[in-house]
Design a protein around this ligand. Structure first.
Ligand code: KE4
Length: 435
């Protein structure tokens, strides 16, 4: 596969940006080699600077659920760009967006638009602390909620111990208020809340984990979170930055019928442009400035172009059969990938909820971060690169989710499954040769 242009661009990029990228996971560190520089994309395909074409399952890490450059979204952006790109003043578009989100996700009675998932989560955490007057927060190992300080915290020595900074620059005095529990650890949650529930401002959870690869909630896990938080006056925050409008129009909370206190959104609601949102019942959101004392602001919050793209996205996602179509294609893909691994006798586990999926090279049941970490990442690395050579673009990390879009055709799925069989064979053979 020709990569000269990408190599040249990457060399130049590295002289100007840390690691040559504007977000670390793009640097291909987990899979070796250098990142491809993408020149354009359309539908289910992306094209790199050397003209190589790929069937894309990254979807810009989730937002492009309708595929790239959807004509109706491109038209909406162009139409509003001609009217000016930002005013720093309220617009009708923000009302239309807020109405659509609140209608689709009724728990978000009122909401605030921001410009990223990180901003949505950071603001929701501050609101939870301000609203409850408590400092401690609970997150789950393997979940990622953006790069706000309180969320870049890993478990201390004992799992139930207070958090320690995940990287330099996080103040230890702040980190200690973040507690990490095992995802799907309903028992550990009950234990913690029995002991100190009254001190906990919020629990934040990916209702379907997507940042350690896809790990679905075990039966009863989300219900336990809802019960213990309600009992202790703790706010339950669903981080639906990935799952919002991905799993259903009402997100994971509709799918699992659990009503959180606050919801964070991102990715899909911007239609591929920078947007995020957080929201919940009026009585909580009334604490947010300028109504209440919890401050949060943003120059480009509710940006008209992002709103125009997001509104078009939500209009298109509201059409009948969209989710049924995504389910059918995603099932066909994962059934095919599973069959490949079985035929070749390669230990693999598959997880999928709707159109987000993962393949782990392990024979352990995938239920939490510990089980995910048993995956053979060297095997994934060989498989990822073999798939790239086959013209299939997967997320460059075992610990990310894959995404199917409405633009993926049956032919794309069939091409992917047969390519994956060859890639698996190659990855397995290389493994034998390296022994
Ligand atoms: P952003 O700030 O990247 O828009 O959103 C942060 C975020 C919050 N919550 C969840 C559940 C998320 O998945 C994310 C961001 N996801 C990562 C990859 N899974 C974005 C890719 C990247 O970091 O470049």
């Amino acid at each position: 596969m020709k990569r000269k242009k990408s190599e040249r661009l990457f060399a130049k990029a590295q002289t100007l940006m840390p690691g040559g990228v504007n977000s670390p996971v793009r640097a291909f560190k987990a899979v070796g080699g250098n990142p491809l520089f993408i020149a354009k994309a359309s539908g289910s395909k992306i094209y790199d600077a050397d003209g190589n074409k790929f069937i894309d399952y990254v979807a810009s890490w989730g937002p492009l659920i309708l595929g790239h450059a959807h004509p109706r979204i491109v038209k909406a952006i162009a139409r509003y760009a001609a009217r000016g790109t930002s005013y720093g003043a309220p617009t009708e578009l923000e009302i239309v967006m807020a109405e659509k989100v609140s209608k689709a996700i009724p728990s978000m009675e009122t909401l605030r638009m921001v410009s990223s998932g990180t901003e949505a989560v950071m603001s929701a955490i501050r609101l939870a602390r301000g609203y409850t007057g408590r400092n401690k927060i609970v997150k789950f190992e393997g979940c990622y909620h953006g790069h706000a300080d309180s969320l870049l915290v890993k478990a201390g020595s004992g799992l139930l111990s207070l958090g320690i900074p995940e990287c330099p620059g996080i103040v230890p005095e702040l980190a200690k208020f973040t507690l990490n529990l095992p995802y799907n650890g309903a028992g550990e949650v009950r234990e913690l809340f029995a002991r100190e529930g009254g001190e906990i401002a919020c629990v934040i959870v990916e209702p379907v984990a997507g940042n350690m690869g896809v790990v679905p909630p075990q039966p009863g896990f989300l219900k336990t979170l809802r019960e213990v938080t309600r009992k202790s006056g703790t706010l339950l925050i669903f981080d639906e930055v990935i799952t919002g409008f991905r799993l259903s129009l009402g997100g994971a909370q509709e799918l699992y019928n659990i009503k959180p206190d606050l919801t964070c959104l991102g990715k899909i609601i911007g239609g591929g442009l920078p947007a995020g949102a957080y929201g919940g019942p009026r009585k909580i959101m009334e604490s947010v400035a300028p109504l209440g004392p919890v401050y949060q602001a943003g120059t480009l919050s509710g940006n008209p172009l992002a709103m125009a793209a997001g509104i078009e996205m939500l209009n298109l996602m509201s059409k009948k059969k969209v989710y049924a179509d995504l389910e059918k294609k995603s099932q066909k893909l994962c059934d095919g990938l599973r069959k490949n691994a079985e035929t070749l006798g390669i230990p693999a586990r598959f997880t999928r909820v709707g159109s987000m999926f993962s393949m782990f090279f392990t024979d352990k049941e995938i239920v939490d971060y510990a089980s995910v970490k048993t995956s053979d990442t060297e095997m994934f690395k060989r498989y990822f690169n073999a798939m790239l050579e086959e013209g299939i673009y997967l997320a460059p990390s075992q610990f990310e989710a894959g995404f199917v879009s409405t633009a993926h055709t049956d032919e794309d799925i069939e091409t992917t499954v047969s390519a994956a069989k060859r890639a698996l064979k190659k990855a397995k053979t290389c493994n034998k040769m390296n022994r």
